[in-house]
Design a protein around this ligand. Structure first.
Ligand SMILES: C[S@@+](CC[C@H](N)C(=O)[O-])C[C@H]1O[C@@H](n2cnc3c(N)ncnc32)[C@H](O)[C@@H]1O
Length: 311
């Protein structure tokens, strides 16, 4: 066995590529900028005595490999879940899934009570700033997209005029009850409409638009945000609290992707793998206050974005 010393990146002028290659040969991945005691093994490979650091390039190439493996595993498991969801896919294709639209409001209104308990502080803080968008001497006019059972009403300031919209008319029963419980507000009407088409609402007619847990379900986020811009008065604001896709380096990201096909049906068209913040950043708000938070919820729904954009 023969020992020798090399000075990485100075004597031999090793490029990161060389160091990366050396690291692969040495398996233990040494080497940047320091002296390195290496020895040849009978098999012809090298071994190194020092414990040194990987170059960023090496780390990247390892990370790329493991992320490729992860993507492959994710795709395979997602295919398995898709196969298990075949009956649901079939029901959807045959239009039978629409029955769930009748049941979903009941599930949603129970879920929203639990959600509000866990997110009470975040909602209180977010909606606490609503009054700054009241016109001088006027009342705050607020339109909620996908209002569901009216989960957010308790957080709106007294005297606020609320226009409720949701494409699912079966929410009305639950909405009426929440309206009765929140008599500090005045309700204009319940419009059955999607966020993508709020045609019956006038241009620049509202001070605030609210969307919570809805941008995960709309078919077209950019179109919904265009509608928001159309109906907001100049200086008005769009408030949001939405769950989003997790960081790609996490298991949450993996499971969000694998379980998405099943979650879609369970959540009435909800997609947990959306990068919603990108759409908000591109929507042309003059000022966007957007925070990424980890909500105290099940891992699928943990990553959230919260804030508001001013028109
Ligand atoms: C998870 S629920 C959230 C309800 C309520 N915003 C909340 O925070 O409790 C999703 C809501 O989005 C509505 N929705 C689904 N697709 C929509 C669309 N394209 N435009 C507007 N709302 C939609 C559903 O009917 C449902 O009320």
């Amino acid at each position: 066995m023969k020992d020798w010393k090399i000075k990485v990146n100075s004597v031999l002028q090793l490029t990161p590529g060389h160091v990366c290659f050396l690291s692969k040969v040495l398996r233990d991945a040494p080497a940047e900028g320091a002296g390195l005691l290496c020895r040849s093994l009978p098999c012809g490979a090298l071994s190194c005595s020092d414990k040194l650091h990987l170059t960023p390039r090496c780390r990247r190439s390892r990370a790329t490999r493991s992320s490729a493996n992860m993507t492959l595993a994710m795709t395979l498991w997602k295919a398995v879940v898709n196969v298990l969801c075949l009956p649901l896919h079939l029901m959807h294709a045959m239009g039978l899934y629409n029955i769930y639209k009748r049941i979903f409001p009941m599930c949603q209104s129970s879920f929203s009570i639990a959600y509000n308990t866990k997110m009470h502080e975040q909602k209180k803080e977010l909606f606490g700033s609503l009054t700054q968008f009241t016109k001088p001497g006027g009342r705050l006019t607020l339109l909620e997209i996908g209002c569901g059972s009216g989960t957010n009403f308790q957080y709106y300031p007294p005297g606020c005029k609320v226009i409720c919209t949701d494409p699912n008319p079966h929410f009305e029963k639950y909405l009426s009850k929440t309206m009765a419980d929140n008599d500090h507000l005045s309700y204009e009407r319940f419009v059955v409409a999607t966020g993508e088409d709020l045609g019956s609402v006038g241009h620049e007619s509202v001070d605030v638009v609210v969307c919570t847990l809805v941008l995960c379900s709309v078919n077209d986020i950019p179109q919904t945000l265009r509608e928001v811009h159309r109906i907001l008065r100049p200086g008005g604001a769009f408030y949001f609290m939405e769950h989003v896709v997790a960081d790609p380096s996490t298991w949450s990201y993996f499971f969000q992707h694998v379980l998405q096909p099943l979650w879609y049906y369970f959540g009435d068209g909800c997609e947990v793998i959306r990068e919603t913040w990108k759409h908000l950043e591109a929507a042309g708000f003059s000022d966007l206050k957007l925070r990424h938070i980890q909500a105290p919820l099940v891992f699928m729904l943990k990553p959230h974005i919260v804030g508001y954009g001013v028109k």
